[in-house]
Design a protein around this ligand. Structure first.
Ligand code: ADP
Ligand code: GLC
Length: 483
């Protein structure tokens, strides 16, 4: 099949979270299964063109597109890798030339987000026409790419390579819907009815790209079966769109993400001071020693880490009231993350109050994240909601049992140690007490090396690769043929 993916992130070129990992891994898995896959993303100013082997694309000469009153001059760059998906990066100095995918934590989202997303969508559709390449499916990821499906639903496409193309929207996080004031609508050049009740993009008097994507894509899915269920049942988790998703009925489903088992493999990971596997685990001890040294932590108890965006979603605040008790019990704690300034400040305070026991690394650093997954004994992810979560999968693969809340993809990927297939520790309530009880069970298990060892091995052996999910996406694409 011919598949065009449109997304704001694509690892390792542009990554703010799991979206970039997921899009790159799925595109790669589909290409490896013999499909023709192209990916379009913006050429952000901080993408290192040389390091990633990017060059202007000779088959696609510079072009200009018009939307509303704006005319934008663009050019496509291409990643020159011989195998895998064909990655096209859309260059436009004014909109994409600066650093950053969505904006900055302190300053918030970029003020020109809507024109940026409109150009991404238009650029992606234009590329298919310029290449005379007819995709069977345009697979758009999250609200940031949803406009490509919306455009396709609204534009006349007879006689273009897109005449028979179908669309799929994958929702990676319903909490980020890309909301905009209605006065920006004319810049989109879309039919006016979309912006007025009961128009597909109208949302409480403003514009909502996720909602328009949900209603105007041929199919919609999200990244785990449990989250798919939760967002239609629970108005809070549905973030105002539970009813809209329910209305799509069987056209909305959940497909659990996989993880790229080659890119994330402790046996070959070059960011680690030592390599290891489930069968030859010795290197993990060396990784642990090195991480403790790197973070200035004293040895003497299990090392509990967190890697993730410092956002309400991730529930790291639930850990804060527990810090003193955990340290007294013997835990060493380390957090790698950036995000909400109040959380950063609280974590800085916790580290300063317990030197040698608590560490906080306030930066986005993929190599360091790998040393965290490898060097820790346990991983904590107390998310209030979690569409899928990849961090817990990386922790499992690196032999670091996760302690997670039973929600979304965490519920679908982490079985509790109490059962025969257990790989981690699962708790129910989004409260410090419930998290604390799970951590108490974890340290108890850690004190029994045989029990802990088999927990670790089961997690490392679990197959969360992309074979099954890629086949599920293939089935979903095929179900669109001829519809
Ligand atoms: P989300 O997409 O909601 O952020 P996921 O668990 O799906 O959650 O993916 C998070 C991804 O971002 C993982 O690859 C994780 O390792 C990475 N990540 C998060 N914070 C950091 C950080 N501060 N430094 C490096 N990598 C990070
Ligand atoms: C989102 C979700 C996360 C998911 C990722 C990749 O960022 O928050 O749970 O794993 O997308 O699908």
């Amino acid at each position: 099949m011919r598949i065009l993916m449109v997304a704001a992130e694509y690892a390792p070129l542009a990554k703010a979270g799991g979206l970039g990992d997921m899009v790159a891994a799925l595109a790669g898995a589909l290409a490896a299964r013999g499909h023709e896959v192209k990916v379009v993303l913006p050429l952000y100013g901080d993408i290192d063109r040389e390091r990633h082997g990017l060059a202007p694309c000779p088959q696609l000469p510079p072009f200009a597109v018009r939307r509303g009153d704006a005319v934008r001059r663009c050019r496509f760059w291409r990643a020159t890798a011989a195998a895998g998906p064909d990655v096209l990066l859309l260059e436009n100095e004014g909109l994409f030339g600066r650093a950053g995918v969505y904006g900055y934590a302190e300053a918030g989202e970029f003020a020109d987000t809507l024109p940026r997303l409109a150009l991404l969508a238009q650029g992606a559709l234009t590329a298919t026409v310029m290449l005379d390449w007819a995709p069977d499916v345009i697979h758009v990821h999250d609200a940031a790419a949803a406009l490509a499906a919306v455009d396709l639903a609204c534009w006349s496409r007879t006689g273009t390579p897109l005449a028979a193309t179908r669309t799929l929207l994958t929702i990676h996080n319903l909490a980020h819907q890309s909301l905009h004031p209605r006065w920006e609508f004319p810049g989109l050049d879309l039919p006016t009815r979309l912006a007025w009740h009961p128009g597909e993009m109208e949302f409480h008097g403003g514009l909502n790209l996720m909602k328009a994507g949900i209603l105007l894509s041929d199919r919609v899915n999200t990244v785990s079966p449990t989250y798919a269920h939760e967002v239609t049942l629970d108005e809070d988790l549905g973030c105002g769109l539970a009813g809209v998703l329910r209305d799509r009925g069987a056209a909305f489903s959940g497909i659990l993400n996989g993880m790229d088992r080659t890119a994330w493999d402790p046996a070959t990971d070059r960011c680690l001071p030592a390599n290891y596997s489930a069968r030859a685990p010795a290197g993990k001890t060396a990784c642990r020693t090195a991480l403790l040294r790197e973070l200035g932590l004293e040895d003497g108890g299990p090392v509990l880490v967190s890697v993730g965006r410092l956002a309400h979603q991730k529930g790291i605040d639930l850990l804060l009231p527990l810090v003193d008790g955990l340290v007294d019990e013997g835990w060493r704690l380390a957090v790698l993350g950036t995000g909400e300034p109040a959380l950063e400040q609280a974590l800085r305070g916790a580290a300063a109050a317990r030197p040698g026991r608590v560490a906080f690394a306030p930066r986005f650093d993929e190599a360091l994240s790998r040393r965290f997954y490898a060097g820790a004994d346990a991983f904590v992810m107390p998310s209030r909601f979690e569409p899928c979560g990849l961090a817990q999968l990386y922790a499992l693969r690196y032999g670091t049992p996760p302690v997670v809340r039973r929600t979304g993809g965490l519920a679908d990927t982490v079985a509790d140690a109490a059962g025969p297939d257990g790989v981690g520790f699962v708790f129910d309530e989004a409260t410090p007490a419930s998290l604390g009880a799970a951590l108490a069970r974890a340290i108890e298990a850690w004190r029994e090396p045989d029990r802990w060892g088999s927990l670790v091995r089961r997690g490392m052996d679990a197959d969360h690769g992309w074979a099954a999910p890629a086949a599920a996406y293939e089935d979903l694409y095929r179900s669109l043929e001829g519809t």
